[in-house]
Design a protein. Structure first.
Length: 330
């Protein structure tokens, strides 16, 4: 694979080259990891930045429908939009259906949009392991907005906050009361809570749900990186497109405020540090798969079972072996 040619294609906004680049960074092969690192390092001097918007919600809340309507609105305004949709994977095979692109038929055919579904591959936190690198590639390709759709599994999807500049939580009418909204976790990191499906017979329950969650957000401690009024709850309808423009106005207002006071750059710097530490931890875990380490673990495990070693001392011995021998050779 010609990395220089691929880099040129991505920087020129070629969607085919971008798709190939994301496939490369998602690969776990050692030689591909070396090429992926070179590709990302080569794109870094471009210093292109997109507004990264993480979006989550429970299954069935209408995330794909919302993203298509929202994305079409943004492209109609002249913006280039990339969508990275993370699908849940099988805990046994790691496979996934990857059906998000087929659900966004209009947006997938828009020349100013790019949709890439990826399997989570059992990675926790609602995103795939290489989603952050895929975001960097989309920025290098010149996209203005990157929408990151998480798996949608519940209240533990907080890793997306380490990838996005803004985090939007999509909820359905009658999805809970004020007490449910006070629960920590995903509600605590939300910048904007959107009550979707506020149309037809669901307008009244959606309005009540919006009031409940607005009250819950007021009960939470105000965050330093938020201006007055944030986080806030709003009504939207992906079906009728009601409230989409207002939600976008709130997103841009919050982003502009954070840029003005310096929180935006600081948040990106903290995120970079976080992912550096995660890469180190993941590298150590991968070191456990080396044959000599697996053999040592098997022997230590037998010693623990016999009672010759405590679990703590056996673990310390394995860690010493792992750290002393350094990274696995390519």
């Amino acid at each position: 694979m010609n990395i220089e040619k691929l880099m040129q294609g991505v920087s020129a906004g070629d969607r085919r080259a971008l798709a190939q680049a994301i496939t490369l960074v998602e690969s776990s092969r050692a030689d591909h990891r070396v090429m992926a690192t070179a590709l990302l390092d080569g794109l870094r001097p471009l210093q292109r930045q997109a507004l990264r918007i993480g979006l989550s919600g429970t299954p069935g809340v209408g995330k794909s429908t919302f993203i298509e309507a929202f994305g079409c609105m943004l492209t109609a305004a002249g913006l280039r939009v990339a969508v990275l949709a993370v699908d849940p994977s099988s805990t046994r095979s790691g496979g996934s259906i990857l059906g998000d692109k087929t659900r966004m038929d209009l947006l997938s055919r828009d020349p100013n949009a790019f949709i890439r579904p990826s399997p989570s591959q059992t990675h926790l936190g609602g995103v795939a392991r290489r989603t952050r690198e895929a975001v960097g590639l989309c920025e290098g390709a010149g996209f203005d907005i990157v929408l990151i759709e998480t798996v949608g599994v519940g209240q533990s999807e907080t890793v997306v906050a380490q990838i996005s500049d803004l985090f939007v939580l999509l909820l359905a009418p009658a999805g809970g009361d004020e007490l449910q909204g006070v629960k920590r976790g995903i509600m605590e990191i939300a910048d904007l809570v959107l009550i979707n499906k506020a149309d037809g017979d669901l307008v009244a329950p959606a309005t009540r749900a919006c009031a409940d969650y607005a009250g819950a957000l007021r009960l939470m401690r105000k965050r330093e990186q938020d201006p007055d009024g944030f986080p806030k709850a709003m009504l939207v309808s992906a079906l009728t497109q009601v409230g989409l423009a207002a939600a976008w106005d709130e997103m841009t207002a919050l982003s502009d405020w954070r840029r003005k006071v310096g929180h935006f750059a600081h948040h990106r710097a903290v995120q970079a540090r976080y992912w550096f530490e995660q890469e180190v931890r993941q590298g150590l875990l991968e070191g456990l798969q080396r044959s000599e380490v697996r053999s040592a673990m098997a022997q230590a495990g037998c010693a623990v079972e016999r009672g010759d070693l405590t679990p703590e001392s056996a673990a310390q011995g394995i860690l010493k072996t792992l750290l002393d021998r350094g990274p696995a050779p390519d």
